[in-house]
Design a protein around this ligand. Structure first.
Ligand code: XMP
Ligand code: MG
Length: 184
């Protein structure tokens, strides 16, 4: 699948399926090494992290558990405000667990900062973050993202779980939107 298959809404491919796959294999190997012989609970943040979670988890040799959370950050369409509401909470009890939050993208970092302190208040042994993409803004906040797939430019991206008005999540690559899509 490439750009021409989806009409003229996408401007460019930022990260190809191959690039994503290669990086996921490296991240999985690192996570396997870091959590070897220890408990591990992967926490995916719906909906954006579905692709990363599925692809990262299946590359792990670790018998990790998976759980899901859905949150909504209030704010205008493309910017988050840091005020977060839980739409679906975890099923798992985090007491004494090694938790690894799996996210699609860190932008301002506000959503993850909130999530981190929320999960830390539940008595886990550890909480770390794995994010497939990180934007430049995220570097400014004090947020320790242990596993980062790619640092990307400050552009609105879609695909591989990321949406524009709920579309394009199913693209197997990460692309940038053509300006006419969000300017219209
Ligand atoms: P913060 O700013 O709290 O935002 O780190 C994280 C959430 O904002 C969304 N987000 C994006 N979604 N393309 C998207 O489709 C982007 O370029 C983008 N930047 C931020 C996303 O939901 C993420 O979890
Ligand atoms: Mg998200």
């Amino acid at each position: 699948m490439d750009l021409s298959d989806i009409g003229n809404d996408l401007e460019s491919v930022l990260l190809s399926e191959q690039q994503l796959n290669d990086r996921l294999a490296e991240m999985a190997a690192q996570i396997d090494e870091d959590y070897k012989g220890q408990d591990l609970l992967l926490v995916g943040v719906l909906k954006g992290a579905v692709m990363v979670m599925a692809d990262l988890a299946r590359r792990l040799h670790h018998p990790a558990e998976m759980d899901w959370m859905a949150v909504s950050s209030y704010g205008s369409g493309t910017k988050s405000s840091g005020v977060v509401r839980i739409l679906k909470d975890l099923d798992a009890d985090l007491t004494g667990r090694n938790v690894l939050i799996v996210e699609d993208i860190v932008d301002s970092g506000l959503t993850l900062s909130w999530l981190l302190s929320n999960l830390r208040s539940r008595g886990p042994k550890s909480v770390e973050i794995a994010a497939m993409l990180r934007k430049p803004e995220a570097v400014k906040v004090d947020l320790d993202v242990r596993y980062v797939g790619f640092d990307i430019p400050n552009q609105f991206v879609v695909g591989y779980g990321l949406d524009y008005a709920e579309k394009y999540r199913n693209l197997p690559f990460v692309g940038t939107l053509a300006p006419h899509v969000y300017e219209s």
